[in-house]
Design a protein around this ligand. Structure first.
Ligand SMILES: Cc1cc2nc3c(=O)[nH]c(=O)nc-3n(C[C@H](O)[C@H](O)[C@H](O)COP(=O)(O)OP(=O)(O)OC[C@H]3O[C@@H](n4cnc5c(N)ncnc54)[C@H](O)[C@@H]3O)c2cc1C
Length: 420
């Protein structure tokens, strides 16, 4: 792609995957990040390649469960009181995304996107030297009550209808697969298409090093503006430095909405803070990722220890983490994994970039076809990173699209919310 220069803002898994794609296409690539190697969602996530997650967060009937979850101050969902007024437009849109027809539309778009994940992820992992860091062992969703399984039945049926393999297991079958699980587990679902990585930080570090070794320039700086220019796109850094390129991709995770807003595009994007604890010597072993259905958390056997995490806390980007949540999740894990040793855990928290309809934003900006958005992947950025890279590559280089990008357009948020 002689003569095309691409600047990617953000060196998380999404920005790195976009940079990989642009480099493969022969463009001159610069990655700009305020802290290229620093902490971010892409480093501390649960490490799941969660291709089976094709149902949006907002579904019919969810509102019956929400008050119950929120009763527990350390439960799976929390909204910080001081942030609640800012959240109203997002919540309004979230509620609308939960209608039956919207869920059908959104699930089909997610299934289409996740259906491509291994086609895009495997070649990337193989090329950069991560082939041995992907474990295709499926995931086990476990239930502590028959009622829990029955209440999720409709969701599992919907997944099956979208091509997801779903195998129902009895309690002894579950314990055969994962002997560390205790008697609290009454049954489960095995989803063989799921996989997990050795360590998400390793994935990001190896990919970034590969990009640098193969010609991408990695620049440190905080981007304050991205603007269309006559000959392409201009980027202004906080330091006052100006960078120019033929095309720019905004892949700055949850911080992307601010840059889009300065361009004139309104995006409904919120920080959904998650928490976890990584225990180096947990005293038990899991073969695969385990999802604890009723309590809404997961445990992943990473190469660096057992990572136990979850929670969805809406408190804005500047909120201070409440690590009592990490501790509460470890306590819950002990109920399921009686042999778990809790000592020496490393606590972490990070911002998921959540859209109200659970679909990422992948597409051209309103003001310029040369500025492309790639953010808002919520719970699935590690999973969808390489496929997002491919889709953005199609837009950058005007190729025949791999997927229909219309469901992911930023324009879906252009309608302003008016309080009822
Ligand atoms: C607890 C938790 C568990 C998760 N588990 C999973 C999982 O199992 N599977 C899965 O697929 N996903 C999971 N996710 C989601 C996944 O981690 C994210 O969707 C993904 O990491 C987002 O990647 P990103 O590149 O968009 O953003 P980020 O990783 O947030 O990176 C954004 C980058 O942009 C940079 N940046 C921001 N603003 C600017 C600016 N103005 N100028 C310069 N640089 C800027 C930041 O410094 C940062 O490096 C989880 C997330 C959390 C929090």
């Amino acid at each position: 792609m002689g003569g095309v220069s691409v600047i990617v803002v953000g060196a998380g898994i999404v920005g790195l995957s976009v940079a990989y794609e642009a480099l493969q296409a022969g463009a001159a690539v610069t990655l700009v990040d305020r802290d290229p190697e620093g902490d971010k969602a892409s480093l501390g996530n649960a490490g799941g390649i969660a291709v089976t997650e094709v149902i949006p967060a907002s579904v019919p009937g969810l509102w019956k469960k929400v008050p119950f979850w929120m009763l527990d101050p350390l439960g799976p969902l929390a909204i910080r009181v001081e942030h609640a007024p800012h959240l109203l437009p997002w919540l309004w849109r979230f509620a609308r995304a939960g209608s039956t027809s919207e869920v059908v539309r959104i699930s089909a778009a997610l299934a289409q996107l996740n259906g491509r994940v291994y086609d895009d992820l495997l070649p990337l992992f193989n090329k950069v030297g991560l082939a041995g860091d992907l474990f295709r062992k499926g995931a086990l969703t476990v239930y502590e009550s028959e009622r829990g399984l029955i209440s999720d039945k409709r969701e599992w049926d919907a997944k099956r209808a979208l091509g997801i393999e779903v195998q129902e297991l009895s309690a002894p079958q579950v314990r055969d697969m994962e002997p560390s699980l205790g008697p609290i587990v009454k049954g489960g679902i095995f989803t063989p298409q799921w996989s997990h990585v050795s360590d998400p930080k390793k994935v990001v570090d190896v990919l970034r090093d590969w990009l640098a070794a193969n010609g991408a320039k990695i620049s440190k700086g905080e981007v304050s503006r991205v603007d269309p220019a006559t000959d392409g796109v201009r980027i202004t850094l906080d330091s006052g430095r100006i960078l120019s390129a033929t095309k720019v991709v905004i892949a700055a995770g949850v911080w992307s909405a601010r840059l889009a807003e300065r361009l004139g595009d309104r995006i409904l994007l919120e920080s959904e803070r998650g928490y976890n604890t990584t225990i180096v010597s947990p005293g038990i072993a899991l073969e695969r990722e385990v999802i604890f259905a009723e309590r809404k958390f997961v445990a992943t056997p990473l190469s660096i220890g057992l990572r136990i995490g979850g929670a969805a806390e809406f408190g804005g980007l500047t909120s201070v983490p409440n690590f009592k949540r990490s501790k509460a999740l470890v306590k819950l894990a002990k109920l399921y994994l009686p042999g778990l040793k809790e000592e020496g855990g490393q606590e972490w928290s990070g911002h998921r970039a959540a859209t109200p309809d659970s679909l990422p934003v992948i597409g051209r900006s309103g003001p310029s076809r040369h500025i492309i958005y790639a953010f808002g992947h919520g719970h699935l950025g590690l999973t969808q990173g390489p496929t997002t890279g491919k889709m953005v590559g199609d837009l950058l280089f005007e190729r025949e699209p791999h997927l229909d990008v219309r469901p992911f357009s930023a324009a879906r948020f252009s309608q302003k919310w008016v309080p009822p």
